[in-house]
Structure formats: C-alpha cells, structure tokens
Write a protein that binds this ligand. Structure first.
Ligand SMILES: [Zn+2]
Length: 147
C-alpha cells in the first residue's frame, strides 16, 4: 500500500504485486518489461486489481520498452466491460535493472508526453528489491510513500 501527501491511498493487490515481482530483471540479460495498470477509483483512493503483461508483439529490450501492442488496450476494454464499468485504465508499469528503481529522464519525458488524463494516473517501476510508485496529476508527478 502506498500513500500520497494528501493521504490518498494506492492499494496494489497481492496478485498484481506477485506478477510485478515475477518480472524483476534479476540477471543482466533479462529484458525490460512493461504493461498497463487496471483497477478501481474509490473517491481519492486507487485500487490496482490487475495489469497487462508483455506480449510477444511488444518490442522489448533491456533499457527501452515500446508499448506498441494493441493487446494492452484490448485488456482495458475487456476489464471495463466485465466489471460493469468499475475497472479502468489507471497508469503504467515497467521494470528496471536496478535494486531501488528511479525514473530515468526518458521515463519522465515519455510520461509527460504520452499520458494525458484529467484523473490521477499511477506509475510503477519494479526494481530488483523494491518498487517505485508515483502518481501523476496533470503535469505533476508525486513520489508515493510505502506504508
Ligand atoms: Zn524506466
């Protein structure tokens, strides 16, 4: 569970956390992975219920991930339908080959360029030993504290 300065919470379900852990870049040759986050908005709080995983159509490399595959959008649409409109696109995740991950300049510029939403979006980077979790509200990105 993660908290913003305004005390709003981001809850990551156990299933989602386990999947993120399974994609950790533990060896030097393992690739960077990425996908989108899906779940519920409960007032100011956000519950991440599921995520999309890389498909073989995604371009994967160790330091760059291009989210080219349409299966991510399809998964968001299906989750929305199956949940009667409760589950939404909530943001993105990717992995880094470092223990305690920090966003790169490329991450910040791509988030600012590609993520347009009037609702807050969640950004997760899964490192080897820890997660970095941020929340983007308009052009501001706040780092959330693990609680
Ligand atoms: Zn990154």
């Amino acid at each position: 569970m993660f908290q913003a300065q305004d005390r709003s919470l981001v809850v990551i379900s156990t299933d989602v956390a386990n999947i993120l852990v399974s994609y950790r870049q533990l060896s030097d040759s393992s690739q960077e992975s990425a996908g989108v986050l899906i779940g519920e908005r409960r007032g100011v709080h956000i519950v991440i219920k599921t995520l999309t995983e890389p498909s073989r159509w995604d371009i994967r490399s160790r330091f760059m991930v291009d989210r080219v595959s349409k299966h991510h959008q399809k998964a968001v649409d299906n989750a929305f339908k199956k949940s009667n409109g409760e589950w939404h696109y909530l943001g993105e995740w990717h992995t880094h080959p470092e223990d305690e991950p920090k966003p790169s300049m490329t991450d910040y510029s791509s988030w600012h360029k590609n993520l347009k939403s009037s609702d807050p979006l969640i950004l997760i980077i899964a490192g080897r030993t820890g997660f970095w979790v941020g929340k983007k509200i308009n052009e501001q990105i706040e780092v959330l504290q693990s609680i």
